[in-house]
Design a protein around this ligand. Structure first.
Ligand code: SF4
Length: 245
C-alpha cells in the first residue's frame, strides 16, 4: 500500500551552499533523471498546427490543459486558421471559449493575435521571441512554449507556476520573479536541455512535487534536492563533495 503523503501548509525551501560548478552538475543530474522518468514528455494540449498550438496556449492561462482540450475541437473546427479566426465575431468566439474563464479577454486576445498574424506575418506564426511578443496575449512564457514545442527552438526556459515552485525547491533559483528565475535556469542548465527542462519540470510538478503535498519519499530527485523531506536527503550538496574530491 502506498505510504500516505505528508501534508505541508507552507513551501519548505531549504538551500545548500554550493559552487556554481556544483549547482550546474546537479542541474545536469536533475535533467538526466527527469529524462529517464519522462522520456515522452510533451505539451499536454491538443493541436493540429503551430497556429492552433499558440491559440491553445493563450487560452490555457488560469485554467487546465484538460479544459482547453475540451473547447478547442469546436473552436478549430469553426476557425482552423489565423484568417478564419481574425474574421470571426467576438460574440461567437466568446461563446466557444467560455469554459476556459476570462472568456471575454481571451476571445479578444486570440482574435487580435490572429489578425496580427495575418496582417504582419503573412498568416504564419512568427518564429522569434521578439516577434511573438508583439502578439496580443503573448508574454515570455507563451512565446517560449510555442518556440520550443511547435518549432523546436530553444530561446529560453518556460517558467510557469510549477517551474517557479520547483526551481526554488530544487535550489536552482532563489528569485520569485519569473523573468529572473528563467535567467537563473538558463545559466544553470545546458541550452540543449532548455526545451525539455520546461516541459519535464511541469510534468514533475503536476505528478510528484505538488504545491501543497510534494511526494518526496518517492521522488527520483530526493537525494539531490535541498528541500526534500526524505531521509535520503544529504546534509550538503553531493556535488560539492564530488567536485572537491
Ligand atoms: S524531493 Fe522531489 S518532491 Fe520533494 S521537494 Fe524536492 S523535487 Fe519536490
Amino acid at each position: 500500500m502506498p505510504s500516505p503523503r505528508k501534508t505541508r501548509t507552507k513551501t519548505p525551501l531549504r538551500r545548500w551552499r554550493e559552487s556554481k560548478a556544483a549547482q550546474r552538475a546537479r542541474g545536469k543530474e536533475i535533467i538526466s533523471r527527469l529524462r529517464e522518468k519522462y522520456p515522452n514528455a510533451a505539451a499536454e494540449l491538443n493541436y493540429g498546427s503551430a497556429f492552433q498550438f499558440l491559440i491553445s496556449v493563450i487560452l490555457s492561462a488560469q485554467t487546465t490543459d484538460v479544459t482547453v482540450n475540451r473547447v478547442t475541437p469546436n473552436l478549430f473546427r469553426k476557425f482552423p486558421t489565423a484568417k478564419a479566426l481574425a474574421d470571426s465575431s467576438q460574440a461567437e468566439v466568446e461563446d466557444l471559449v467560455r469554459q476556459t474563464g476570462f472568456f471575454r479577454s481571451k476571445a479578444k486576445s486570440i482574435r487580435v493575435a490572429s489578425a496580427q498574424i495575418v496582417d504582419e506575418f503573412n498568416g504564419e506564426v512568427p518564429r522569434t521571441m521578439d516577434e511573438l511578443l508583439r502578439l496580443r496575449g503573448v508574454a515570455r512564457k507563451t512565446a517560449n512554449v510555442v518556440l520550443g514545442e511547435a518549432f523546436g527552438l530553444a530561446s529560453g526556459v518556460v517558467v510557469d507556476t510549477h517551474v517557479k515552485r520547483l526551481a526554488q525547491r530544487l535550489g536552482l533559483s532563489e528569485a520569485t520573479d519569473p523573468v529572473k528565475i528563467e535567467r537563473d535556469l538558463m545559466k544553470v542548465l545546458d541550452k540543449e536541455d532548455w526545451i525539455f527542462a520546461g516541459i519535464a519540470i511541469i510534468w514533475h510538478g503536476r505528478r510528484v512535487c505538488d504545491a501543497r503535498n510534494p511526494d518526496c519519499d518517492t521522488c527520483e530527485l530526493n537525494n539531490i534536492c535541498p528541500s526534500s523531506t526524505s531521509p535520503t536527503r544529504p546534509t550538503r550538496s553531493p556535488f560539492t563533495a564530488k567536485l572537491s574530491a
